[in-house]
Design a protein around this ligand. Structure first.
Ligand code: ME8
Length: 656
């Protein structure tokens, strides 16, 4: 993201009203809220949109199943989303519903415009439709000729008259957009996936249905009342109808969006269909489409039927909303997948928040209370502690680019460095000894330094933890706003003299999980290594030669080994051993693999190299991240080396 525009429009996907919100929905919304809050602090005129996606066969069927009218059902579930975001103090400027009259008018206007531009024609559609994904799939993509390649549910054959959007006509223009705007899709590895998909050829898109009713009708001039709009055309248009497209255009000066936040599951719709629709309408394209990874429970997709859905409200109520926000944003690199566990959440609260941040505030409250009646004065900070100030400002200067590249976990990591500087300064300069040795001025300056660091950090942390940071600001008698952001956080100003207000500890230590009912599924998942041990042990019972278990060829072929190409590699923060890799194994999406090879390979050494991947291991969880495979390596007393194909091979080539 560049900081050049005055206005910033930030959007979440609009959520289906076929079910209530879970932590995945909360994750998207919390990231978007963080960006919107930051953008406001940075003085940009910000518009933050969220809402609900209410049309389509899936919603119609969900309502029918419950014996309710579709509208009443949509009203009810939409309200649960809105209530949750209100409860979470999500700072949205508009909550759009696709059943809003203005939105429907806007969608009709878009249809008319695309039609007038020659991008819509009528034909017959025959294909396979997945109601759950509201998507058509060509037969070749179906699993076992019947099941949806995305969600695994059964598809149905649809043959009906349909209007088509000439998506195929936009192939070259889309490819040019991806190539000309490096950060249009973030993270960049996701952009490569999209490019590969588009280069494979685009088919025209069926954009109307006649087999059900619950949708936006075609514009009157089409004179074709049996058609309703395809739910994705309807839904995607929300991003501009919310600004008045097709009605009063009142807020269209916010378009194009600065960031459109989505989950990786809906990247194709946003990175291919959406820009093609916009091109057809003659509207500019969004600056960034940012796709985050997937949250699972114990490596499994959350679903009601499995009973493993994590309710965000329950977690926030038990652990604190801001703590939950911090955890989600800090725990997983943006774009990577993450696994929810109470243990990981508790570790973050006790360690990062309690030990590093909360304790620092307690220390300064204690220090100023004991020696100076709570007074804090900063006039001599630079005289004694310029080196510390320089270190703090150097870290703060790195923050904004990290946020604008959606590296939110690294933003938070970098933001913790000033806290380390502060805690280290107290240990090094020992205020109690300064006071004992009559160095009162130096001790007061230390007080001022620590308070200033807390102020600077809490301004930059505010977008992630608004309530907690407001409490810190109140204790330190300053306000978090665009002015303090500019002068204290981005600038070098310290705090004006004040008397510290004592507050209760912000992060009381948590000793054990607070939600017993969701704990059982949280037990550490068996590692892939355990599985291997067990299977070797089992084969030992039957067959053994010189201490090596023998297996039959059929057992060997149960292991799927494939050539993979590492398309992204980064270090796992705070881990001495782990690298986080995205490995192309010839599937629709790269695999995320967490590999314990950092002692022998730097992240950049792994990038663009080929590896051998065990591709059918059960996903395992390492430091909260899902690992979807294992790399083959050989290790002896000289160290470890990767096993690689002798010559370059296409990603996904089977080994065996
Ligand atoms: O797809 N982990 O709505 P939806 C992380 N209506 N994020 C998750 C998640 C998980 N397990 N589950 C859901 C739709 N999300 C369409 C969108 S936009 C014009 C139309 C998040 O209710 C993630 O952001 O299925 C995902 O993209 C979004 O919820 C989809 O929510």
């Amino acid at each position: 993201m560049s900081n050049s525009c005055e206005k910033a429009y930030i959007t979440t996907p609009i959520y289906y009203v076929n079910d209530i919100a879970h932590i995945g929905h909360a994750y998207t919304t919390i990231i978007a809220d963080t960006l919107a809050r930051y953008s406001r602090l940075a003085g940009l005129e910000t518009f933050f949109l969220t809402g609900t996606d209410e049309h389509g066969q899936k919603i119609e069927e969900a309502a029918k199943k419950r014996g309710e009218s579709t509208q009443a059902y949509a009203d009810k579930i939409s309200a649960t989303f809105k209530d949750l975001w209100d409860d979470f103090d999500i700072s949205y400027d508009k909550f759009i519903r696709t059943t809003d009259a203005d939105h429907m008018k806007g969608v009709q206007k878009a249809f008319s415009t695309m039609h007038a531009n020659g991008d819509i024609y009528k034909d017959t559609y025959k294909g396979h439709y997945c109601i759950s994904c509201e998507t058509f799939f060509p037969e070749i993509q179906l699993v076992d000729g019947e099941f949806c390649p995305e969600c695994g549910k059964s598809t149905s054959v649809v043959e009906e008259e349909s209007y088509f959007f000439k998506l195929s006509a936009y192939e070259d223009k889309l490819l040019a957009w991806y190539n000309d705007t490096p950060d249009c899709i973030l993270p960049r590895s996701k952009k490569n996936e999209v490019i590969r998909f588009v280069e494979g050829g685009l088919q025209d898109l069926s954009i109307t249905r006649t087999s059900f009713d619950w949708g936006v009708k075609l514009p009157a001039e089409m004179n074709d009342p049996k058609h309703v709009m395809y739910v994705w055309l309807d839904a995607l248009m929300n991003y501009v109808t919310a600004l008045g497209y097709g009605t009063d255009d009142a807020n269209m000066d916010y378009w194009p969006a600065r960031v459109q936040l989505i989950g990786k599951d809906i990247l194709r719709f946003h990175a291919i269909y959406w820009p093609a629709f916009l091109m057809s309408l003659g509207l500019p394209l969004p600056k960034h489409i940012a796709a985050h990874g997937w949250w699972t429970r114990d490596g499994e997709k959350m679903s009601k039927s499995k009973g493993n859905v994590v309710n965000p409200k329950e977690v926030a109520d038990a652990y604190g909303l801001d703590n939950f926000r911090y955890f989600m944003l800090r725990e997983v690199p943006f774009g990577g997948d993450g696994d929810f566990s109470q243990k990981a959440l508790i570790d973050r609260i006790n360690s990062d928040l309690g030990n590093d941040l909360g304790n620092l505030l307690n220390r300064v409250i204690g220090m100023s209370g004991k020696y100076f009646d709570g007074k804090v004065e900063s006039s001599n900070v630079a005289k004694y502690y310029q080196a510390e100030l320089d270190e703090v400002h150097a870290s703060l200067d790195k923050l904004e680019p990290l946020l604008y590249e959606m590296q939110i976990h690294r933003y938070l990591e970098e933001l913790w460095r000033p806290l380390t500087v502060a805690n280290r300064a107290i240990d090094k300069y020992e205020p109690w000894n300064l006071m004992k040795n009559g160095k009162e001025e130096e001790a007061m300056a230390l007080n001022g330094l620590i308070s200033a660091i807390l102020a600077k950090v809490s301004i930059m942390l505010y977008p992630v933890m608004p309530a907690v940071c407001t409490k810190i600001a109140n204790a330190l008698h300053f306000n978090i706003n665009a002015d303090s952001f500019e002068k204290i956080a981005k600038g070098t100003e310290l705090l004006s003299p004040f008397t510290l207000t004592k507050i209760d500890p912000l992060f009381p230590r948590i000793e054990e999980p607070l939600l017993t009912q969701i704990e059982p599924a949280d037990k550490p998942s068996k590692s892939a290594g355990d599985d291997k041990k067990k299977s070797v042990a089992k084969s030992k019972e039957s067959n053994e030669t010189e201490g090596v278990a023998l297996i039959g060829i059929d057992q060997f072929f149960q292991t799927s080994l494939k050539v993979g190409t590492v398309i992204e590699a980064q270090e796992v923060p705070k881990s001495k051993k782990l690298l986080l890799l995205q490995v192309d194994v010839g599937e629709a999406e790269p695999r995320q693999i967490v590999a314990g090879i950092k002692e022998w390979y730097a992240a950049e050494d792994m990038l663009n190299t080929q590896v051998c991947v065990v591709a059918n291991l059960k996903p395992a969880k390492l430091m909260g991240m899902i690992s979807q495979g294992m790399l083959l390596a050989a290790k002896d007393e000289d160290g470890l080396c990767m096993i690689r194909p002798e010559k370059p091979k296409t990603a996904g080539t089977p080994i065996g």
